[in-house]
Design a protein around this ligand. Structure first.
Ligand SMILES: [Zn+2]
Length: 189
């Protein structure tokens, strides 16, 4: 599944932000979601890490509130309630005043942003993430938003595989589950 490259980048950023900013379980361990502004900025823009703008602690907390709400969109899809997921996303789109704006800056060609030009850092990111997830939810592959099925992991992912058979947040969780199944078989024989 291929969305346009900007959408794919922002979908990845949304997954990264949700997984960093929301507590729960990750890769078999309790996860407290204590994250620094620098780590968050790096996760959002890995290809431009060296040019990251100054992000404050309050920016992190503001984006965390949105990340918690975006996670609920994944939870709703996982529970089979696309209606609920779409209503949740629409609310975030409204609140963040997500609106397409063509923009040109930093020597880049004209490209489409999805937030008001004067929006703050967290609001801008939330508007963009909500828009990118809305593109997924409004497409035939709307059920590709998932939550890891491995034991003690609740990290989210977007399944871009051809068959849509992904079940884990990472190869790390996939390998954990395989290893556990292998050990279980060994005990039986
Ligand atoms: Zn996982």
């Amino acid at each position: 599944v291929n969305f346009d490259s900007h959408t794919s980048d922002v979908v990845s950023a949304a997954v990264g932000a949700i997984n960093l900013l929301t507590p729960g379980y990750a890769l078999g361990r309790k996860y407290r979601a204590e994250v620094s502004a620098g780590e968050l900025a790096l996760a959002l823009r890995p290809q431009r890490a060296q040019r990251v703008v100054e992000v404050s602690g309050s920016d992190v907390e503001e984006l965390r509130d949105y990340a918690v709400r975006l996670r609920k969109v994944f939870t709703a899809v996982e529970a089979g309630s696309v209606d609920n997921a779409c209503e949740r996303l629409n609310a975030i789109l409204r609140e963040t005043q997500a609106v397409p704006v063509l923009s040109r800056h930093d020597g880049e060609p004209w490209h489409l942003h999805f937030h008001a030009p004067d929006a703050g850092w967290a609001t801008s990111w939330a508007a963009s993430m909500a828009t990118a997830l809305a593109v997924v939810l409004g497409s035939p592959v709307h059920d590709r938003l998932g939550i890891c099925t491995a034991l003690a992991c609740d990290r989210v992912y977007v399944d871009t595989s051809r068959n849509g058979t992904r079940r884990f947040c990472s190869t790390s969780c996939q390998n954990r589950v395989k290893a556990a199944a292998f050990r279980a078989r060994q005990r039986v024989t």
